[in-house]
Design a protein around this ligand. Structure first.
Ligand code: PGA
Ligand code: ZN
Length: 431
């Protein structure tokens, strides 16, 4: 007999098509165990997706959701996966995830769809935690899971996430003023509201982008950085001391392969070489309390990444998102090359929980930091909040302090902090 009783074995898997925060469909899955425990997960979806991400299966039927339906992925769960995984032990996540990978059989999870696989993988973990009568973060992280993350809070949106004049995708504030998540999220909220006042005063738009940050028409990234510094001060905080700044450039979105240049196509139309981009970042390190730069260069610009890391890697966190796509092999390549010093972690870039955990382990054992992340298309699913605490990542990126699909994660972290009743810690990752 196995360690667990049969009660933890899967009895039923059901999926359905639900809505994400952009109003497009995505996959939801429920896993039920023999003993009655139930777990549900909803899969997020990106807009500025990396070239090397696992495959998100869409129907391509123009009659439904402009081709974006996910009924094929849902059907793959309800038929193939439900049958093949019945009787599997939900407590054995590794075996289950390996079976999912085997059933798909492709490199990029294009047969059954990474969205189908991830829905089942995560719903199984939720069911297992329910079976164990534990919060997910403790089920995944064990008794030592008590570190709450510092949030990278996106307050200005550009790039593929907003119809404005900003080429850079995300301008974030990083509150590390307190040793509690509760106080740090308050600081973020206060800065967010001060920023709104400044924008209104300047006659700039205060409509929101996909991740809940403002999406004003600004001249250039420098103007956005200046606004953040002013908003931090206006809210009564010390820029750099209490609250720092992070960027997600998402540079692959404006890299021009033909010329090998980074072209600011939404704003000035200026073109920068890799080395010029590196110099630009270097100059900002003198001027702004900048602690983290994500995807500062294109996902295929390995030479540029090496240069970037050589020049400023000892001073600032350099995060690979599109560069690594939560993929162990890509990360190993980066570690070997000396590219970046941190990884953005998105479950749906790779497609199963176990592979995500393997990638994070590889990062941590090579002194690369990890930042657990949402996607621009989200749902009210809060798995990533638990994952951040379980892994002790110390950082989470989950958008602005408004919009329910973003606050769901922050509110879950507040719940976890309350649940841990004084036993939790927050560490400033940037000292
Ligand atoms: P995406 O954006 O979900 O649209 O890829 C988030 C990010 O680039 O970090
Ligand atoms: Zn990114």
């Amino acid at each position: 007999m196995s360690m667990s009783s049969k009660q933890s074995h899967i009895s039923k898997i059901q999926a359905f098509e639900c809505l994400d925060s952009r109003g497009y469909p995505t996959v939801a899955a429920t896993v039920e165990l023999v003993g009655g425990a139930i777990g549900t997960a909803m899969v997020p979806s990106g807009a500025s997706t990396g070239e090397y991400e696992a495959h998100e299966l869409r129907d391509g039927d123009p009659q439904r959701y402009f081709g974006k339906g996910v009924l094929k992925a849902v059907d793959n769960i309800n038929s193939k996966l439900a049958t093949a995984l019945a009787g599997y032990d939900a407590l054995d996540q590794g075996t289950l995830d390996r079976k999912l990978i085997e059933l798909d059989g492709s490199q990029t999870k294009s047969n059954l769809g990474a969205n189908a696989l991830l829905g089942v993988s995560l719903a199984t973990a939720h069911a297992a935690a329910a079976y164990r009568k534990m919060p997910l973060f403790q089920y995944l992280g064990g008794i030592n899971a008590h570190k709450l993350p510092v949030p990278l809070v996106n307050v200005i949106n550009g790039g593929a996430h907003a119809a404005n004049s900003l080429d850079f995708q995300e301008f974030m504030i990083v509150p590390h003023t307190s040793s509690t998540f509760f106080e740090n999220i308050r600081a973020a909220s206060e800065v967010f509201h001060c920023l709104k006042k400044i924008l209104l005063k300047k006659g700039l738009a205060v409509g929101l982008g996909d991740e809940g940050g403002f999406a004003p028409d600004l001249k250039n990234p420098g103007e956005a950085l200046d606004l953040l510094v002013t908003a931090i001060s206006d809210a009564g905080y010390d820029p750099g001391e209490d609250i720092s700044i992070a960027l997600d450039v998402a540079a692959s979105e404006f890299y021009d392969e033909k010329s090998g240049k980074y072209v600011f196509k939404k704003s000035s139309k200026e073109a920068f070489s890799s080395a010029e981009m590196v110099s630009l970042y270097q100059s900002w390190l003198q001027k702004y309390p900048l602690v983290s730069i994500e995807d500062g260069l294109d996902e295929n610009d390995w030479d540029g990444w090496k240069l970037l890391t050589e020049k400023i890697g000892s001073e600032v966190q350099l995060v690979g998102d599109d560069l690594f796509v939560t993929n162990r092999t890509r990360l190993a390549q980066g570690i070997e090359a000396g590219a970046a010093n941190a990884i953005l972690v998105k479950l749906n870039q790779i497609g199963t929980l176990s592979e995500t955990l393997e990638t994070v382990n590889l990062a941590h054992s090579n002194y690369y930091r990890s930042i657990i992340s949402h996607r621009s298309g989200e749902t009210e699913d809060t798995t990533i909040a638990d994952l951040a605490v379980a892994l002790g990542s110390g950082q989470i990126k989950t958008g602005s302090v408004c919009r329910g699909e973003r606050t769901a994660k922050y509110n879950r972290l507040l719940w976890i902090e309350t649940y841990l009743a004084g036993a939790s810690i927050v560490e400033n990752p940037f000292i």
